[in-house]
Design a protein around this ligand. Sequence first.
Ligand code: TYD
Ligand code: MG
Length: 471
Amino acid sequence: MAKTKIAYFCQSCGFESAKWLGKCPSCQQWNTFVEEILEKPNASVPNWKASPSPTQRANKPVQVTDITFSEEHRLLTPDKEFNRVLGGGIVAGSLVLIGGEPGIGKSTLMLQLALNMPNIKVLYVSGEESDKQIKMRAERLAPQPAAGKAIGEGCFILTETSTQNIFKQIEELEPDLVVVDSIQTLHSAHIESTPGSVSQVRECTAELLRFAKESSTPVFLIGHITKDGMIAGPKILEHMVDTVLQFEGDRHHVYRILRTIKNRFGSASELGIYEMLGEGLREVSNPSEILLSQRDEPLSGITISATLEGMRPMLIETQALVSTSAYGTPQRTATGFDTKRMSMLLAVLEKRCGFKLGAKDVFLNITGGIRVEDPAIDLGLAAAIISSHEDIPIPFKTCFAGEIGLSGEIRAVNRVEQRIAEAQKLGFEQIFISKYNMPTAAKDKKRLDLSRYTINVIPVGRIEEVFGLLF
Ligand code: TYD
Ligand code: MG
């Protein structure tokens, strides 16, 4: 009898080992190895067209000047935010992974896309829901107009989990775009282990990759993310696909962000913003306007920061609450912001500016349920903390953009012109920026020409200076 081939895989990073290990040498996690059966004896199941994979084909070296290619054909979707994160539309033959926590709206996003693609055939493969469930969702997403052409005519639904059967249907239907929901539910007959295991996920992705490249059909894969942000177990998936998009946001808020993590065909710092409504996702083309709450009186502890997410300027409201701690250990909580960075800011405010924050509870919140990584938000946060501590509101129509260094200096931020322009566009009257962002040489003056702006730009060098001007 032929022998069954087995291997042990780390379920966290996908590391493969011939024997069981207690600790993964790659990601240092304990107890993550699981036995998986790799190959069934005499598995004679047809593969995608049963052709040799591109790696098996004997290719000859070609001079780079001899390689010809026509201008990369990109398929534009009706969703502008989606085109933006892909770097300007869908590239033929690309394999795109869309990761996100369960319930964030990945299926909604992809189904909406499948329904709205004009004049092409889209195959939406689902291993998670029945066709009736999908139809119900589709009804909600694309209510049929009373007259005219129905939306979603080019969208075909297939509820299937076996890759071999999926390829059979693809050969018959010949779709222009394939969506798979989700990679964790697929299984290939070439591998014995259960769907969702490292070897299955890897094999199914490899088969879809081969299909995408050989047929030049773009394929979208939905992948669930585990709590710690890994695309369910295997990080290897990220290496195999061309583009990785992450769908994130707070489930209790309406805003969702689609972020590019990796992109072989465009910038990896793009970002799309959506609003989750009863009838599906709506693109948000001007994020600043919705992220700022409408207030008619200044309140203490609230500031606006001019941040940049990806290539996009965005004005974000930050709130702080500083109060005397009722218990021995003060509480420090930050929502949408790194807690370690908050501790650093508090230490700087205590040491450099003499504010006694050591025995205070400090709560920070970025409104809209989004997460900000741009360090330019530091200055705004520090101002919010002190505004709450002193109970003095920040003047109306003021915003901030500056990073705070350990010695209390305000450091320069990138693309300051874009931030100033956005603040001005939204009617702000003054913006605090780092003095190191101010033009010194003639060539800088050309780039940041302050005479172009009507907004009052206030350069500051140290954090004490800001408070001197504000309070
Ligand atoms: P879903 O796309 O099923 O999430 P995922 O595929 O990432 O697991 O989205 C589920 C959530 O979206 C669910 O909590 C309900 C909400 N939702 C809306 O608010 N409006 C809608 O039109 C739809 C379809 C879903
Ligand atoms: Mg889903």
